[in-house]
Design a protein around this ligand. Structure first.
Ligand code: FES
Length: 150
């Protein structure tokens, strides 16, 4: 099958050059609001609303934290890894002497999606990771209502 043929679960989201120029693009795919990012030569896609309290990630700064590229939610500054959707937090590593502050993963909190580029066309495949991921809440009806009131 040719890569640019329609494929179930794969969504054309734009031309590579347009997405690079835009840097950040909002799309609704199968009813799910997704943020597509271009940063330092790579594309990333993740749920648009932060897992913590539904903040819009579109204007979040991107920084490398503990060796991991993260988006920082503009609302309360939570750090989310772009590649895996892990929430990162800083705690004291008591295994060190003296104990040192260190970044730890709280696990996957934000659903991230797969981005593929073929012949200048960019596609997103929505995550099929089973189970509940905290950012799922803000894609559902209850979460939408909560976001509207925030
Ligand atoms: Fe993102 Fe609180 S809503 S850090």
């Amino acid at each position: 099958m040719e890569m640019n043929e329609p494929q179930e679960g794969r969504h054309f989201v734009g031309k590579k050059d347009d997405l690079i120029n835009a840097k950040r693009t909002f799309k609704t795919l199968e009813g799910r609001d997704v943020l597509i990012l271009y940063h330092q030569g790579g594309f990333y896609a993740l749920d648009y609303y932060c897992y913590h309290a539904g903040g819009k990630l579109e204007t979040g700064d991107i920084e490398e934290i503990g060796g991991t590229l993260c988006i920082i939610c503009p609302k309360h500054k939570y750090k989310i890894s772009l590649a895996k959707g892990e929430g990162l937090c800083k705690t004291i590593d008591k295994t060190q002497n003296p104990p040192m502050p260190k970044w730890f993963s709280k696990g996957v909190k934000q659903r991230v999606h797969t981005v593929r580029e073929t012949n200048g066309d960019v596609y997103v495949e929505l995550s099929k990771m089973p189970g509940w991921i905290e950012s799922d809440y803000y894609q559902g009806e209850e979460g939408k209502e909560k976001r509207a009131k925030a």
